[in-house]
Structure formats: C-alpha cells, structure tokens
Design a protein around this ligand. Structure first.
Ligand code: NAP
Ligand code: MG
Length: 493
C-alpha cells in the first residue's frame, strides 16, 4: 500500500490532519494506497512557498526556465510505461489510452520548453519620433490549478508547463481519485531540478483544499478543469475577488453523419470517441446526428461493432473499454439510462451495469446506444460522462448543425461527409471550440488551443500557444530616446 503525501516547498510530507482517503483501482476495487487530506493551513504554506519562489523564478531567463522543462519531458519519456500503468490502475482507462495520455504530457513539455525561446511579444512603431514601443509577456504570479481525474496528467501538463515557462509558480490540487499519477508528475519536476516552491502539490477535497486555493489572496489566477457545477461556483467566488479564472468544463459533443459519409469510417470514429475512456472524456461523442437515409445502416453497423467491444481491466492489452471511475458515477450513468427510457428513447444495446461489477469490485457499464432520440430530451442535452450515445435523425446539414448548436455546451463536434462544400459550411457554422472533419470528436493535439464555447468555458484555452494568455499579463513599454518631452496624441498631429 502506498501513502501519497503533499509536496510543499520541496518537501514530501503528510498533512497534519492525520486524515487519509483510500485510492482504489476502479477495475478491481483493490485498494492501491491512501492519500493525505490536507487543510487550509497547508494551502497557506504552499502559497507562501510559491510566492517566495516566484520572486526569484521570474528573473530567471525564460530559456533557462525551459531547460528544466526539457528535462521534465525527457524524464516523462523515460518513465512513460511506468506512468501509464499507474494511470490505468488508478483511473481505469485502457493502457493504450494511458500511454497516449502520458505522451500528451511529454509532447506538451517539449512544446512549452520551446516557448522558453519564444514567448513572443510585439515590437511596433511608435507614433512619435525617436521613440520605441513594444509589448512583452510577464508572469501573473502564483497559479492555482484544480484538475479532474479523467485526464490526470495531460490536463495538469496543459496548465503547469505554460505557467512555469512563463515565470509563474504553481499550487496544484489534483482530483481525489488520481493522486498517484499527480505525485509522479511532480516527482518529474523535482528530479528535473525545478527549484523548490515552484510546484506545490496539495491533496485533499475540493471543498476544503480547492476552496482554499480559490479564496487565498496569494493566488493570482485559477485554472480549473472539471464539471460545470463546480466551475460556476469557482467563477463566482474568484470573480468577486477579481482573480483571473480559466475554466474548462463539460461537453455534449456530437458526430454528424451525412448521407454521403464513408459509413465504416464514421463507425470507427463514433466507437472510438464514444466508448473510449468509457465515455469519460470531456470531448466524448454522446450524440450521433445521422441523416435519415443512412441511420438504419449506421445503427446496424454500430451494433455489430459494439457487441465485439471487450470490457475489463485496462491493464489487459486486449481490453477496449475499461471501468468508470467509481460507484457513484456508475449509478449516475444508470440513472440517465432509466431517464432516457422514460423519455421515450429506444434502447438498442447496453443500458445496464455490466456483470464485472460488484460492490467491492470493478465499476463497469455496458456500452449503450439509444436511437429515436429527440434533441430536447435530457439524455440528448445533459452531459452523462459515461458510455451512452443517443442517435438523432435529421434530413439536412442545416438541421444537423442547428441541433448540434442547441445544447448549452460547445466543446467539440465532428462531421463525416465527402462533400467539401458541406464540410466547409460545417466548419464555419458548428458552434464549438473544436471541429473535426472525417474523424470523431476526440483527438486534440497539444499545439492547438483546447477549449469550448458557451457553457463549456469562459473564453480561455488550455494547451497551444493560446494557453500562454492565461499565465501571462501583457506589459506595454515605451522608450523615448528623443531627449525631450513628447506627448502622444498631441505632439504628433
Ligand atoms: P469536478 O467534480 O468538477 O472536479 C474537478 C476538480 O475540482 C477536482 O479536483 C475536485 O476535487 C475539485 N473541486 C470539487 N469541488 C470543488 C470546490 N467547491 N472548489 C474547488 N474545487 C473543487 O469534475 P470531475 O468529476 O473530476 O471531472 C469530470 C468533469 O470534468 C466533466 O464535467 C468533464 O466534462 C470535465 N472535463 C472538462 C475538460 C475540458 O477541458 N473542457 C476536460 C476534462 C474533464 P475532488 O476530486 O476532491 O472532488
Ligand atoms: Mg468530483
């Protein structure tokens, strides 16, 4: 049994609370370890360490900061298999996906290390003679990071790496369900020689540690990924404190299948994005908007393939669908399925807790497919966060786009068509932060902005160069070398 503790000011130490939470393998129910449950006081210690460390870090040249990030990338690469196995045993996603997630963190580390030699600002002409004007990025200060369990290392990498390369310090609260992979990520920072105090890991509940991070006056910005419910609460609180807040929240992502689609490819895309990670991706496909003329054939092919999906422990290489995170999640998903039946949707397959489950065992839900779903039903408009897909039938691209856009979320969407005009119209009109053409709703690459419109976010983006906007302030600088007082807007015209 492992004991997972905090990392504050370069020291690994359990909380003085003496309280621990069990860490369980969602595929087997096995207890993997216990994680310390911290107090407000430990958040305060972490913030003090971060404030002190950031004062020095901001003066370190960015290319030198980046050297540490290159080492982090290298260490993660060396440890990839070990990290992937920890991720799978703690969170449940199948090992191939866990390797992919660790790779995402590796890629992000190399990419953000490269930013150490860019972090571009602008040099622009001044309207006055003998005067120089430029804008540069400066760090915000201390970033409070609050992350979910479904991409426990990728999302933490999207946030901590740009924060650090830009000269900030970090106080990080990972999800209660995934403390082990969090500790491994921080270990990579430590082993890479990151000065103490720059990354602080504080384990504990959202209501105690998460809230304390949001409230703490020493934290300058909050970067949160998780549910809308929690995100809204954070936004209100942080808004009142005038803190910068970056929120990435839920999705209700759709795959549109047009009558001219390559159906086999569409089936591949739907299966992968709907049932991969057991539907527990913020970008998971949970609606299929199918042209009426191909709907039945699509259903037939999907059913055939779903029947062949193998459920089980993600460490088994032949398994394609792992467990869902915990019992509460299993019950929530099943509750949505019951609701779908009450709403009059037609269940084609699944719709039940799978046989592998028992109170002390794994938490598996059978891949579920509904059809004849009306767009306004709750199963077609609320995030389920499990392996449940609703098929909605349409007669035109315009209707498909309108249905896609009618939900409160705007993270990801996809269209399968071989008609370039339709593809470009969809790219223009789908109101989501991410659009895929002839691919499912998942598969973001780290050097592009990640995030969504409407209820999914609040206008910021994770990953890509856009993430630097979260972790930097713009500073505009004017240098007058004329030797006399020049008054902008007055002396030049
Ligand atoms: P969650 O319940 O909102 O939790 C996210 C994080 O917030 C956890 O670390 C949680 O701590 C913490 N938290 C809970 N209550 C808090 C509070 N009052 N104050 C501050 N922090 C608090 O979400 P989840 O169930 O872990 O993750 C699933 C959700 O994340 C889904 O809605 C999914 O769509 C979304 N997601 C979005 C993206 C995206 O980029 N758009 C990516 C991945 C996931 P505890 O773990 O201790 O509760
Ligand atoms: Mg939660």
């Amino acid at each position: 049994m492992k004991t997972i503790v905090n990392y504050i000011n370069g020291e690994w130490k359990a909380s003085s609370s003496g309280k621990f939470e069990a860490v369980r393998n969602p595929a087997t129910g096995e207890t993997l370890g216990e994680v310390t449950q911290s107090t407000k006081e430990e958040v305060d210690l972490a913030v003090q360490a971060a404030v002190a460390a950031q004062k020095l870090w901001r003066l370190v040249p960015a290319p030198e900061r980046a050297d540490v990030l290159y080492k982090v990338a290298h260490l993660l690469k060396e440890r990839k298999e070990e990290l992937a196995r920890i991720l799978t045993s703690e969170m449940g996603k199948v090992i191939a996906e866990a390797r992919g997630e660790v790779q995402e963190a590796i890629d992000m580390a190399y990419y953000m290390a490269g930013e150490g030699r860019r972090l571009f600002g602008d040099t622009v002409p001044s309207e006055l003679r003998d005067k120089f004007a430029m804008s540069i990025r400066v760090p915000v200060g201390v970033a409070g990071l609050i992350t979910p369990w479904n991409f426990p290392i990728a999302i933490a990498s999207w946030k901590s790496l740009p924060a650090l390369v830009a000269g900030n310090a970090v106080v990080w609260k990972p999800a209660t369900e995934t403390p082990m992979i969090a500790a491994e990520f921080v270990k990579a920072y430590e082993d890479a020689g990151l000065p103490k105090g720059l990354v602080n890991l504080v384990h504990g509940s959202g209501s105690v540690v998460g809230s304390a991070i949001v409230d703490h006056p020493g934290i300058d910005l909050i970067s949160f990924t998780g549910s809308n419910e929690v995100g809204k609460r954070i936004n209100e609180r942080a808004g009142a404190l005038l803190k910068r807040t970056s929120l990435e929240m839920g999705g209700k992502n759709a795959v549109i299948v047009m009558d001219d689609a390559d159906l086999e490819l569409a089936v591949d895309g739907i299966l992968w994005s709907a049932y991969g990670t057991s539907g527990q991706r913020c970008t998971a496909c949970s609606r299929v908007i199918a042209h009426a003329s191909v709907k039945e054939e699509l259903e037939r092919r999907l059913l055939e393939r779903i029947a062949r999906l193998k459920l089980g422990n993600g460490l088994d290489e032949s398994v394609q669908v792992g467990p869902v995170i915990n019992r509460a999640s299993l019950e929530r998903i099943d509750g949505y399925v019951r609701l779908g039946l009450e709403e009059g949707a037609k269940l084609l397959c699944g719709g039940r807790i799978a046989a592998e489950s028992g109170p002390e065992e794994g938490h598996f839900y059978a891949p579920t497919l509904f059809t004849d779903v009306q767009p306004e039903m709750r199963i077609a408009s609320e995030e389920i966060f499990g392996p449940v897909v609703s098929i909605i039938s349409v007669h035109s691209l315009e209707d498909a786009v309108a249905i896609n856009n009618a939900v409160a979320f705007g993270l990801s969407s996809s269209i399968f068509t071989r008609d370039i005009n339709r593809a470009y119209r969809a790219m223009r009109d789908l109101d989501t932060g991410i659009v895929y053409v002839n691919a499912g709703t998942t598969g973001a690459e780290i050097h592009l902005p990640f995030g969504g419109t409407k209820g999914t976010g609040n206008g910021h983006r994770d990953s890509g160069v856009a993430s630097l906007d979260v972790y930097t302030e713009w500073k505009s600088i004017y240098v007058d070398y004329s030797g006399k007082l020049q008054r902008a807007q007055i002396d030049n015209y």
